[in-house]
Design a protein around this ligand. Structure first.
Ligand code: UD1
Ligand code: CA
Length: 452
């Protein structure tokens, strides 16, 4: 099939300079939700109709499988679909979606597509308690005969609760003819896409309908209030799916997934956690409260304590991280590593059972196995111009408050005395201390404040 996504509206009520369809829901532009759902239907052609916001929409979302058509000025939904006609495959039906309706499911659209078959027009409709503002579905002997917009409807028509979601599918050759015959002789002076229903009926083309599994699938975003409402619905759905799959969520209402979260068995997630990008939690992983985790893989049985920030990192099995740990991009930790409070790790590898438990910065370092990095240790990886690596071999012990001035290597089993400023390699199995020898001066007189 062809898919046309209408996204030319300006979204005045968003009160924003950003085009409406680029505002993010779950960390992803509204329009991209719709595009991804369209992709799940494997269309031959997919065309996005843009207008407001200039080139920003095509610039942000450009992809090989997408066409962009410009609608300028915006003369209505029928006029919008007309702009896409040149790129459509006439032998396939055309499905029309809205760029600001992000939560429609693939299943619901497949049902609509099946209802239309090759030669029918099918409209996705929904029954609303309060249909105000929507186009009404007018039926005669149960058959749809036309759609009337709120502003054009008479009193009786306004009583109709079955409304047009805007999503419809039609045979493309017919669609072209019907669009060419639209007029803007209506209350809003617009070319209404909805007028093609009456044309289909006049032409003897069958008109049918189908309904979404859930009413929220057809909700659109016109304001920040609605955006926030849809975000909650979407997050509730994600949390529900995780619960169904066996994940323990201490409170499903206090979880935010802005990307893809994959969980094994017996995963526990406490409140206030945000997951971004692609995150994989293996069996038995626990994420304690208030963690932000982006693009990470965390292996079996690992415990992430509260208030950790983890990005582009890989963590092995049975590790303990946090509280208050920061793992920056390029961190790779083997099994049973412990990273404690106020420890920052960047672009570094830790071998198994190594520990940095308190207040340390480990950047551009290769750390072996069973290494102990004392409190306050800093790898001085940056000389103001270039970054250099620190290598700490297996079983080394780094005394507290040491500075390792890279490039530098600490050999196997080496010990650094507390407070060492290491500027040359520390040999294996030796004690290296760089601090001045301790002296004591007996009967030391402290200075006395002078009288003026
Ligand atoms: C439309 C339908 C109405 C339906 C409602 C569902 C028509 C005439 N009416 O009304 O039956 O109940 O949606 O929400 O189709 N757009 C363009 N170019 C335009 C005009 C609109 O791209 O010239 C886009 C908008 O960005 C939006 C969508 O089309 O994504 C719908 O436009 P909107 O103005 O909100 O239509 P409604 O008046 O709400
Ligand atoms: Ca609307």
């Amino acid at each position: 099939m062809n898919v046309v996504i209408l996204a030319a509206g300006m979204g005045k009520r968003m009160q924003s300079d950003l085009p409406k369809v680029l505002h993010a829901l779950a960390g992803k532009p509204l329009l991209l939700h719709v595009i991804d759902t369209a992709r799940s239907l494997s269309p031959q052609r997919c065309c996005v109709v843009c207008g407001h916001g200039g080139d920003l929409v095509p610039q942000r979302l450009a992809a090989d499988d997408l066409h962009f058509a410009l609608q300028e000025p915006q003369l209505g939904t029928g006029h919008a679909v007309t702009q896409a006609l040149p790129v459509l495959d006439e032998t396939q039906p055309t499905l029309v979606l809205y760029g600001d309706v992000p939560l429609t499911t693939s299943t619901t659209l497949q049902k609509l597509v099946a209802a239309a078959g090759k030669d029918k027009l099918a409209v996705l409709t929904v029954d609303l308690d309060d249909p105000t503002g929507y186009g009404r579905i007018v039926r005669e002997q149960n058959n749809i005969v036309r759609i009337v917009e709120q502003k054009d409807a008479n009193e009786t028509e306004r009583q109709i609760h079955e409304v047009n979601t805007g999503i419809l599918i039609a045979p493309t050759t017919h669609l072209k003819r019907w669009l060419a015959n639209l007029s803007n002789n209506n209350a809003q002076g617009e070319y209404y896409l909805t007028d093609i229903i009456a044309s289909a009926v006049a032409d003897g083309v069958a008109v049918t309908s189908s309904q979404p599994a859930h009413a929220w699938e057809t909700l659109g975003v016109n304001s920040k209030v609605q955006l926030a409402e849809l975000e909650r619905i979407h997050q509730h759905n994600i949390a529900h799916a995780l619960l169904e799959q066996g994940v323990t969520l201490m409170d499903p209402a206090r979880l935010d997934v802005r990307g893809e979260l994959q969980c094994g068995r017996d995963v526990v997630i406490d409140v206030g956690c945000v997951f971004e990008g692609k995150v994989e939690l293996e069996d038995g992983v626990t994420i304690s409260a208030n963690c932000v985790i982006k693009n990470a893989r965390i292996a079996k049985g690992t415990l992430i304590k509260p208030f950790c920030h983890i990005e582009d990192s890989i963590i092995g099995e049975a590790a303990e991280i946090g509280p208050y740990a920061r793992l920056r991009p390029g961190t790779s930790l083997a099994d049973q590593v412990h990273i404690g409070n106020f420890v920052e790790v960047k672009n570094s590898q830790f071998g198994s059972k190594s520990k940095a438990n308190h207040l340390a910065y480990v950047g551009d370092a290769t750390v072996g196995e069973r290494v102990n990095i004392g409190a306050g240790t800093i790898t001085c990886n940056y000389d103001g111009a270039n970054k250099h690596r620190t290598i700490i071999e297996d079983d080394a012990f780094i005394g507290s408050d040491s500075q390792l001035v890279a490039p530098v290597t600490v050999g196997k089993g080496a010990t650094l005395g507390a407070g060492t400023t290491l500027t040359k390699d520390a040999p294996a199995n030796s004690l290296t201390v760089s601090r001045a020898k301790q002296i004591s001066i007996a009967d030391w007189q402290r200075p006395v404040k002078q009288k003026k």
